[in-house]
Design a protein around this ligand. Structure first.
Ligand code: NAD
Ligand code: WQD
Length: 346
C-alpha cells in the first residue's frame, strides 16, 4: 500500500516506517519537524535501503495537505503527528487543542475530500485517566485528566463520528501504554528535547552522565514496592501492531479501538534494576514527592489485540532496556550531534 505517515520523523512514527517498509509498503512522511530532526530521514533510508519521500508540512496548513493528498493516491494514512507533553498541555491547553484536535480535523477533512478511507490513529492509554481497576480493557471508563488526554479522546470521537457517517471509512484507534526502547541497530530512537519528562529517557541520560541522579516520584503508592507501576512496551512491538492494524482494516473493512501493552505492570524501581542489569551502569536515585497527576498503577489487558489482530508484545523488559541503552550510547546527544556535523564547513 502507499501510506501517508504524519509525524513519521518522530519516535514511534519513525520505527513504524521501518516496519512498514520491511513489509513492502511505500511510505511518504509529512512532518513539520516541531519535535524531530529532518536528519532522521537519512537514518530511515539507510535502515530500509529505500529513499523515503518526505514533505515538511504542518497538518493545519489545509492547502498544502490537500495538494499532498492530490499528488499521491494514498491507500491509507497513519496519523502520529501531535504534541505529547502532558505538563505542557496543562500550561498551554489551546495550543494542544489546536495542534492535536485541529490538526486531526484538517487531516480527516483532506482525507474525506481525496477519498482516502483508511486511518490508523495514535491514541493513548491516557484516555482512561485514573483507572478504577487494572488491568484496563477497552470498556473501561474514558476520563482523561489533562488537556493532552482530552485531545486524544476528542480525536477518537471525531474519527468514530466519521466512521458512523461514512461506512466506507475505516479506522483503528490504537491506545498505547508506555512505549520505550529503540531499534536494535542504534540508528533511531527517542530523542527528547530538553529535560526528559518520561522515565526511560531520563534513566538513559543519568546512565550516560547527562544528569547526576534520577528523582523517583513517590514510593508510597499502593504498589509492589511503593513506586508507580506502568506497562512498558518495546517501540518495535508497537510499530508491528500498526502494520497489523492496517492489514486488519484492509482485510475486514471493520473499525477497531484497541489497547497496546504487554499486560505486565512494572514499577519504577523494577525498571531501574532492569536497566542497571542491561547497561552495567548504576542509576543513583532519590525518592522525592509524588508528581501531580500521576496514578499509582496503569497496565493493559491486551487480550483484544491478541484476539483481533493476532498481536502480542514479544520483546521483554531486558530487550527494551538493552535497546534504549544501545541507542543512548551510540547517540549520546541524539540527532543533535548529526546536525553539528552537517554544519561543519567542507
Ligand atoms: P514525537 O513527538 O516523537 O513524534 C510526533 C511527530 O509529529 C514529530 O516528528 C513532530 O515534529 C510531528 N508533528 C507534531 N505536530 C505536527 C503538525 N501539526 N504537523 C506535522 N507534524 C507534526 O512523538 P511520539 O512519541 O513518536 O508520538 C507519536 C504519537 O503517539 C503522538 O500522537 C503521541 O501523542 C502518541 N503517543 C505517544 C506516546 C509516548 O509515550 N511516546 C504514548 C501514547 C501515545
Ligand atoms: C512513568 C513512571 C512516574 C519520570 C506519560 C503520559 C502518557 C503517555 C506516556 C503519551 C511514573 C515515574 C517518571 C521521572 C519518575 N504519553 N517517573 N521519575 O506518566 O505513565 O505516561 O507518558 O500519550 O500520556 O502521561 O510515563 O514515563 O512519565 O512515568 O519516578 O523522572 O515513572 O511517576 O510512575 P506516564 P512516565
Amino acid at each position: 500500500m502507499r501510506i501517508l505517515v504524519t509525524g513519521g520523523a518522530g519516535y514511534i512514527g519513525g520505527h513504524t516506517c521501518v516496519v512498514l517498509a520491511e513489509r513492502g509498503h511505500q511510505i511518504v512522511i509529512a512532518d513539520n519537524f516541531s519535535n524531530s530532526s529532518p536528519l532522521v530521514l537519512q537514518r530511515l533510508s539507510r535502515l530500509t535501503h529505500k529513499v523515503i519521500a518526505s514533505h515538511r508540512l504542518d497538518l493545519r496548513d489545509r492547502d498544502a495537505l490537500s495538494s499532498l493528498l492530490e499528488t499521491y493516491r494514498f491507500d491509507a494514512v497513519m496519523h502520529f503527528a501531535a504534541s505529547k507533553a502532558v505538563g505542557e498541555s496543562c500550561e498551554r491547553p489551546l495550543d494542544y487543542y489546536d495542534n492535536n484536535v485541529g490538526g486531526s480535523a484538517a487531516l480527516l477533512q483532506a482525507m474525506n475530500r481525496a477519498k482516502v478511507r483508511r486511518l490508523v490513529f495514535s491514541s493513548s492509554a491516557t484516555v482512561y485517566g485514573d483507572p478504577q481497576r487494572v488491568p484496563l480493557d477497552e470498556s473501561a471508563p474514558l476520563q482523561p485528566c489533562n488537556p493532552y488526554g482530552r485531545t486524544k479522546l476528542m480525536t477518537e470521537q471525531m474519527i468514530g463520528d466519521l466512521c458512523a457517517a461514512d461506512p466506507m471509512f475505516n479506522a483503528a484507534c490504537l491506545r498505547y501504554f508506555n512505549p520505550v526502547g529503540a531499534h536494535p541497530s542504534g540508528m533511531i530512537g527517542e530523542d527528547p528535547s530538553g529535560i526528559p519528562n518520561n522515565l526511560m529517557p531520563y534513566i538513559c541520560q543519568v546512565a550516560v552522565g547527562r544528569h547526576e541522579r534520577l528523582s523517583i516520584f513517590g514510593n508510597d503508592y499502593p504498589t509492589v514496592d511503593g513506586t508507580g507501576v506502568r506497562d512498558y512496551l518495546h517501540v518495535l512491538d508497537l510499530a508491528r501492531a500498526h502494520a497489523d492494524a492496517l492489514e486488519y482494516l484492509a482485510d475486514t473493512g471493520r473499525n477497531l479501538t484497541v489497547n497496546l501493552g504487554t499486560g505486565r505492570g512494572v514499577s519504577v524501581l523494577e525498571l531501574v534494576r532492569a536497566f542497571e542489569r542491561a547497561s552495567g551502569r548504576e542509576i543513583p536515585y532519590d525518592i522525592v514527592g509524588r508528581r501531580p497527576g500521576d496514578v499509582a498503577a496503569m497496565y493493559a489487558d491486551p487480550s483484544l489485540a491478541q484476539a483481533v489482530l493476532g498481536w502480542r508484545a514479544e520483546l521483554d523488559l531486558e530487550a527494551m532496556c538493552r535497546d534504549a541503552w544501545h541507542w543512548q550510547t551510540t547517540n549520546p546527544d541524539g540527532y543533535r550531534a548529526l546536525e553539528r556535523i552537517r554544519r561543519i564547513p567542507g
